[in-house]
Design a protein around this ligand. Structure first.
Ligand SMILES: Nc1nc2c(ncn2[C@@H]2O[C@H](COP(=O)(O)OP(=O)(O)OP(=O)(O)O)[C@@H](O)[C@H]2O)c(=O)[nH]1
Ligand SMILES: [Mg+2]
Length: 341
């Protein structure tokens, strides 16, 4: 099916669960406080992530009932390469929490019947500054509740992934990053390149970041430190001039040996940035670097950039081959596909 070729993330959930706010923060770098005054959405809105891979994020208003679709519409919406991100307001009344779980399972029943491969992601949302113990307890409560309801609907094999999120910290970007990584074909290659860089450079953390949304497609295999990731998001604004300078050079000459940009944060913590292309860049966080080691990091960063560029070129070629095969198989659909992807 043509419209199903580009991966889609459908954001679903009851009214006021937080879908539009999430997309505003991620795609427009909005201010969380300003979302307090958002009116309910009246129509479906799409946001495009165009980077290592193209992904369409679809904001579906809570007022639309996707459990009551004709078979044809349901096939269009849930078929193909789709992930469902169901947003639950975890701080609302008990009645709305129950409604949310029932709606989630009803949608899952419809979606899994059409597409058993659908990624079903549950955001336990609006947990802003509670303790970790409280968040874990709430997550477990929802997991149990959803499992019971799914069992009652005979959804025995459905797999749900859970994420605790808030727009008031970077948990929402971390959750969406993990979700989009399931759609990036070469994520393992990227991760092993980044891990080997961290090892060789004695670096702290390194991210392959989408510059528009600041979501990351891959990081080194070490544990994720949310505070460090949040720093990289915040310091992005500070580095905007340096980033733009690198991109100008790359636009003029894609093979240019662009110098990396380094910013000292505090406590001997540094971030360096190297553009891979004008859509993705490497954010490298390292500590306490004596001068003689910074040239090693710089050298390793350049080789990492080159390897990533090669991996991306290979991925693009593979995608073109797939597109070519698809067009050969469905010649009548080629034109509309070309305009969509
Ligand atoms: N405390 C808190 N409030 C949030 C968070 N995310 C969204 N909100 C608030 O939730 C309210 C509803 O947000 P929307 O983004 O409009 O909800 P929606 O899911 O798009 O609603 P519909 O368009 O009606 O389906 C707003 O007042 C937001 O400020 C969060 O992480 N924490
Ligand atoms: Mg909305």
């Amino acid at each position: 099916m043509v419209s199903n070729h580009v991966p889609r993330l459908l954001l679903l959930g009851l009214k006021r669960s937080g879908k539009t706010s999430i997309l505003d923060i991620v795609f427009r770098q909005g201010n969380p406080e300003q979302t307090l005054h958002f009116d309910g959405s009246l129509r479906v809105e799409r946001f495009q992530l165009e980077s290592i891979c193209n992904i369409t994020f679809v904001d579906v208003p809570g007022s639309l009932d996707l459990t009551d679709l004709s078979d044809e519409d349901a096939e269009l919406i849930f078929g193909g390469n789709v992930s469902i991100v169901f947003v639950i307001d975890a701080m609302t009344s008990e009645r709305l929490k129950t409604m949310s779980v029932m709606k989630l399972c009803a949608v899952a029943k419809r979606a899994f019947a059409i597409n058993p491969n659908v990624n079903f992601e549950v955001l336990i949302h609006k947990l802003d500054s509670q303790t970790i113990q409280f968040k874990t307890q709430i997550q477990r409560m929802f997991e149990r509740h959803i499992q019971d309801e799914a069992y009652d609907l005979r959804l025995y094999n459905a797999i749900f992934s859970y994420h605790v999120t808030s727009i008031f910290n970077c948990s929402i970007q971390i959750a969406l990053s993990k979700i989009i990584q399931k759609l990036v074909p070469q994520v393992d290659t990227f991760e092993s390149l980044l891990s080997s860089f961290v090892e060789k450079s004695d670096s702290h953390q390194v991210y392959l970041m989408d510059l528009g949304s600041r979501l990351f497609f891959a990081k080194d295999s070490g544990p994720l430190d949310p505070d460090i990731y949040e720093l990289t998001i915040n310091f992005f604004d500070l580095m905007e001039g340096l980033v733009e300078q690198q991109h100008r050079q790359l636009r003029n000459d894609p093979d240019a040996a662009v110098a990396t940009a380094v910013v000292e944060l505090d406590d001997n913590l540094y971030i360096s940035y190297a553009a891979v292309n004008t859509q993705v860049g490497i954010m490298n966080v390292f500590r306490n670097t004596p001068l003689n080691r910074s040239s090693v990091i710089e050298y390793n960063l350049r080789s990492l950039r080159k390897s990533l560029q090669e991996a991306l070129t290979y991925q693009e070629q593979q995608q073109l081959v797939q597109l070519h095969r698809f067009r050969q198989r469905y010649p009548d659909l080629s034109l509309s596909l070309a305009t969509e992807s």
